[in-house]
Structures are given as C-alpha cells and as structure tokens.
Design a binder for this molecule. Structure first.
Ligand SMILES: [Zn+2]
Length: 310
C-alpha cells in the first residue's frame, strides 16, 4: 500500500523533485559551523512533506517526548531552575528578562542541515512570522549576544525563554517536521508544557501507575504563589500539551482528560488558536499578531529586569 502510493507519487512528478536523500536532511560528514537561512529556504516549496521513515530515520510518535526534564526541556542548571521555580509562572515565563526584546529572536543553525531540513525549519519559523509578531532573525554577531543555536545534537530539546548567550536548540533528523519544530521553538519563545499549568488537575488525570519508572517528574505541575496563564483557558489542543500516552510504561494512557474538547490532545501539527493568542499576549503583539514593526513591547521592563543571582 505504502509502496504503491510512493510509486504513483514518483510517476506523477519528476524523480529529482520527489526524492530526497538523508543528506538533504542532515549531513554529519560536513564540517559544522554556524549559518543562517536564506530567502530560498523561506520560499522553498514544502507542499510535498516527506515521511522521514522512508529514509530510515527513526521518528517517534511524538519526537518532543525525550529524555530530558519534562521530555524536551533542557535546564541550564537544575539548581538554578529549582531556585527559580517559585518565581516561574506556568505555563508562560513571567520574568521579563527571559522574554526576547522586541519579540526578535536571533538564531544561527548548523551547516550540517541539508536543503530539505532548512526548508522545514524555515516553514516552522514562518508559522510564527505569519501568526504572531515574534520574528526569528539571522544573528548579527556585532549586535546579538543572546541567540538560538539550532543544531542536530541529540533528539529534540530546547530551553525555556531567553537564557543568555549561545542557547542550544537540538533538532536531530527525527525532529525535522514542522509541528515538532514549532513546539520546540515555542519553548524558546517562553512557554512550558500546557499540562504544567497550576489548574491542570481540573482538566486531566495523571494515571500514575501507567507512568514509566523514573518519569514521574515529567508530569510535575507547579504550585506558585503568582501564576499567569495569560488569561487564557486550559487548552487540550495546544501544540504544547502532552498526548494521552506520554511516558507510558505499560502502553496504557498516562493522561486522561476530564472534560470534553480533548480530541486533539497531544497534536504536533500546528498552533492552536489559544497558542497564537498566548504568544501574542506574552509579546504584546498588536492585535492580529503578525507585524514587521512591533513598537508596542515595553522594552523598559525587559531591560530593567536582571536575572537573580544564584
Ligand atoms: Zn516540549
């Protein structure tokens, strides 16, 4: 069935346009240095998205479920994180210094990404550019000290918000899908997982007996004195919500929704409407989101906030 589908696809378009190689995803034999996307990457035609499995690439059902803290959130320092926990607002960061000034996120990416991966990453960034005022910009070393370094390290992971300096985002070959990348970039923009919200117990049951050994901490929620959900409702459809089988050790569900509207829980396809609204609120985007000249962010509050000493 799959073969016949692929075969018919190949017959209707030219061979060169319909086949990609592993090297067009990631070529680890190439020297690695920092580069940026170009116009052609942003304009690349991605109507044809490839099933990475056909290249022999292992892709998890949900690549954002990794081996890091909360799956795919990399902590710059667990000690620092714990100390900051009481100040962190789930599920969006509260500290102004963790927001990217003017919603501008400088980035570089690895030269090892091939043309296909570059197009998919550009496509994911375009989701932000068209729906929000967050803008990924090629890093200019003379201007940008803090920036994302997108490279194929090990699985898919990101830190949350701006952490300072050259900040890693890992997208290995199993992560080269638009929805997966949108999810990882949303961590970098400043969001945690949806089910970390303080009010999550009203919306989901965590079935602890089905959670794999050692993974209990993947389902933490945070009891905070002050929490901001950006005045948005709990969102089962968020691209930041775990799916029902996240970290299951038994093959049974670990997350059971308590209310209706959970059909898309765990989706890694695109932003939900609430995701878009939250990003636009966090960055004070003009209504409608997308804007090339966003002047409405109160940059004073960002500049005047400095990280705690730990
Ligand atoms: Zn995640």
């Amino acid at each position: 069935m799959r073969f016949s589908f692929i075969f018919s696809t190949l017959c209707t378009v030219t061979w060169s346009a319909s086949v990609i190689t592993n090297k067009q995803v990631i070529d680890t034999s190439k020297a690695e240095f920092e580069t940026t996307l170009n116009e052609a990457d942003f304009e690349s035609n991605l109507h044809q998205r490839y099933d990475l499995h056909t290249l022999g690439i292992k892709v998890k059902d949900d690549p954002t479920i990794g081996n890091y803290s909360e799956g795919d959130i990399l902590l710059e320092s667990p000690k620092k994180f714990v100390e900051e926990n009481n100040k962190l607002g789930r599920n969006a960061i509260r500290q102004m210094y963790r927001r990217w000034p003017n919603g501008e996120i400088p980035y570089t990416l690895s030269s090892q990404y091939g043309s296909y991966a570059r197009g998919v990453i550009a496509n994911a960034m375009n989701e932000y550019h068209t729906k929000t005022c967050v803008k990924f910009v090629a890093r200019d070393p003379s201007k940008h000290h803090d920036y994302l370094w997108i490279h194929p390290d090990d699985g898919c992971y990101s830190l949350v918000g701006k952490t300072g300096g050259k900040q890693p985002v890992s997208l290995d070959s199993g992560c080269i899908q638009v929805g997966t990348i949108v999810h990882e970039l949303m961590h970098a923009v400043g969001f945690f997982h949806e089910q970390s919200r303080q009010d999550r117990d009203s919306y989901i049951d965590v079935v602890w007996q089905n959670v794999m050994n050692g993974a209990d901490d993947q389902f933490e929620k945070y009891n905070l004195n002050v929490i901001s959900h950006l005045d948005e409702p709990y969102d089962y459809a968020s691209i930041m919500h775990y799916g029902p089988y996240a970290f299951s050790g038994s093959g049974k569900k670990t997350l059971v929704p308590k209310k209706s509207g959970s059909e898309r829980m765990g989706q890694r396809v695109k932003f939900s409407d609430v995701d878009v609204r939250k990003i636009n609120k966090l960055y004070n985007c003009p209504s409608g989101g997308s804007s090339s000249n966003n002047n409405q962010i109160n940059t004073n509050s960002i500049v005047n906030n400095s990280p705690p000493q730990v």
